[in-house]
Ligand binder design. Sequence first.
Ligand SMILES: Nc1ncnc2c1ncn2[C@@H]1O[C@H](COP(=O)(O)OP(=O)(O)O)[C@@H](O)[C@H]1O
Ligand SMILES: [Mg+2]
Length: 260
Amino acid sequence: MIKVENLHMHFGGIRAVDGTSLEIKKGSITGLIGPNGAGKTTLFNVVAGHYKPTSGKVFLDGEDVSGMQPHELFAKGLLRTFQIAHEFSTLSVRDNLMMVPPAQSGETLWNAWFHGKQVRDEEEKLRIKANEVIEFLEIPHVADELAGNLSGGQKKLLELGRTMMVDAKIVFLDEVGAGVNRTLLNTIGDAILRLNTERGYTFCMIEHDMDFIGRLCDPVICMAEGKVLAEGPVDEVKSNEAVIEAYLGTGLKNKPGAQA
Ligand SMILES: Nc1ncnc2c1ncn2[C@@H]1O[C@H](COP(=O)(O)OP(=O)(O)O)[C@@H](O)[C@H]1O
Ligand SMILES: [Mg+2]
């Protein structure tokens, strides 16, 4: 579904993404791991259209989407969540969900001025959809709560919920489990699995919690220093020598008998 070809994203002298090639298969939950600074978030930012790549290409369902704007990709069903949740803190959870623009609305200013009923119908549809999402995520108890009052984990769940307001095909999750307690992490994991199996969502998720990754992801891709180091089933990647060294960050120097 996604193909990244020899992608580079440089910031001055920093090669955040330095010749990454990878594929994300339709219907998969692909994990993206790697030490801090590996270039994972930057890769997401390029794929989701926030940065124009220095060079290289991104394909979505075979179409070259390199350098497209986030809203264009959004309309094609490519969505992302952020490492830091982006909620509207003074709006309720339900209103936050309703703020997500419908991808194929066809809504125009003219419609808004002259077709009040149409706008009200649209809003009613959004409300029904938001209530479905609230039901699906099992969060009716916080539906009317201000989003700013949610716990960190609940905000992550809301981010996931926002992707359900439109017809998402592929969702990029950036550390959706970071700082989330076990119980809520299980809820988020269950929601991801159900979206994958029941609604056909493809996921690519950056994550550090290896148990969480092991439960959800196949395959797992490991990046370090802007490049792909290894790809495969989680256990294979976890035991890959280059991956272990990248995480230790000290490479051969740390091996017994090696010169520092
Ligand atoms: N907008 C930016 N400007 C300059 N450097 C950046 C920018 N974004 C990321 N970087 C640098 O790129 C590298 C990769 O960062 P990042 O993609 O956030 O890694 P990860 O998500 O794997 O921890 C880091 O060295 C980071 O400091
Ligand atoms: Mg990151």
